[in-house]
Design a protein around this ligand. Structure first.
Ligand code: FES
Length: 374
């Protein structure tokens, strides 16, 4: 490293050490050093990843693509992983998970997050309608097991549905930037051609790279794709006959993922299937258990009548703001201690014991009266 590049870095490291010191903590009490730093620059933070919005695009009518320039606290990501993005809406912090869609090798240091705005998607609608260039958002470090392995597989199959395209888009862009020589099949499902995020770029990649095969299927349209309708095993057997030899990365809505997983199970090759959900997949449960009892938030001295919704929703309805992120059980940021009562895990239908234990608020519904340490 040259003297000219190492000096600013050393200065930055020295400054970070100083700001993280006990002295800075005491001087910053009670608000913390960050509250003072952000008066000068909202991107400055001792530990937090803050990112400036550098570009806002609308690739489809119901999505938004944000180009974000993170501060020096950002430690990077592996294609496929997610980050938790936090925004302040009407003075309240809201966090959701999104997967960077950009190549690992993007040279300008920015990351790209794409959100599809659902009718009931409070944060995604805010991102689409209200976020502007120059805004600053907070990010977590990247996390998650769904990730392109460092040792690149020889044969890659990417399967996505709807906005599940974002993590596999990052994998596709990364592999192409690396000059990956193996075969890549990109199989994507959307309702209509106009709903497909990154449609133009994926088509362009398939045209430029001889080893990339693009297969699109649109559920509401017979025309426009190489395949049609919802996912079916025939799509694989007819169009990707060597799928059993591929390392497959899957991200999409729960019904599509379940259909894909079934094929891999039947073939006995589930170890070759890597998957990430982006909405909560719930298990079918016995309706005879109607909501009853109360939810007691012990530390906050609050209580609500159990309405059968998730504990995260019931806590928010009680005016509390417990930490949360993905709201579908993958980031663990909503984990808290249950001190009494039983809960059912929405994903599996399994009912917990009545003992004290850690639970995830976003995927747990109370079975009778429950007490939580929040
Ligand atoms: S909010 Fe991510 S696990 Fe609950």
């Amino acid at each position: 490293m040259s003297a000219t590049t190492s000096t600013p870095r050393r200065f930055q490291q020295g400054l970070n050490s100083l700001l993280q010191s006990r002295v800075a903590e005491v001087l910053g009490y009670p608000h913390g050093v960050d509250r003072y730093l952000e008066v000068f620059n909202p991107l400055w933070s001792v530990k937090e990843v803050r990112a400036k919005v550098e570009n806002v695009q609308h690739l489809t009518a119901d999505s938004v693509t944000l180009t974000l320039k993170p501060n020096s606290n950002w430690q990077g990501f592996v294609p496929g992983q997610f980050v938790q993005l936090t925004v302040s809406i009407n003075g309240k912090l809201h966090t959701r998970c999104y997967s960077p869609a950009n190549s690992l090798h993007r040279e300008d240091g920015t990351i790209e997050l794409t959100a599809k705005a659902h009718a009931d998607g409070f944060v995604s609608r805010y991102l689409r309608d209200c976020v502007r260039v120059g805004d600053v958002v907070t990010l977590s470090q990247a996390g998650g097991e769904f990730a392109l392995p460092e040792q690149r597989p020889e044969r890659v199959l990417l399967i996505s549905g709807g906005s599940g395209i974002t993590p596999v888009m990052s994998m596709l862009r990364t592999l192409c930037d690396e000059g990956f020589k193996g075969e890549i099949t990109f199989l994507h499902y959307a309702n209509r051609a106009q709903d497909m995020i990154y449609a133009e770029e994926v088509a362009d990649i398939a045209a430029r790279f001889g080893n990339v095969t693009l297969l699109r299927a649109f559920a509401d349209e017979q025309e426009g794709g190489e395949l049609s309708g919802l996912f079916s095993s025939e799509h694989l057997f007819n169009s990707v006959p060597d799928f059993a030899q591929a390392t497959t990365f899957l991200c999409g809505p729960p019904p599509m993922m379940a259909a894909v997983e079934k094929v891999w199970e039947e073939q006995g090759i589930t170890d070759q299937l890597h998957k990430e959900q982006f909405t909560l997949a719930t298990a079918a449960v016995d309706d005879s258990e109607s909501a009853e009892g109360e939810v007691r938030f012990v530390r906050s001295e609050a209580q609500v009548t159990n309405d059968g919704k998730t504990l995260l929703e019931q806590a928010e309805a009680a005016g509390l703001n417990p930490q949360s992120g993905c709201r579908m059980g993958i980031c663990y940021s909503c984990t808290c201690k249950k001190t009494a009562g039983k809960v059912r895990d929405l994903r599996t239908g399994v009912i917990s014991s009545g003992d004290e234990e850690d639970i995830q608020l976003c995927v747990s519904v109370p079975v009778g009266t429950v007490a939580l340490d929040i």
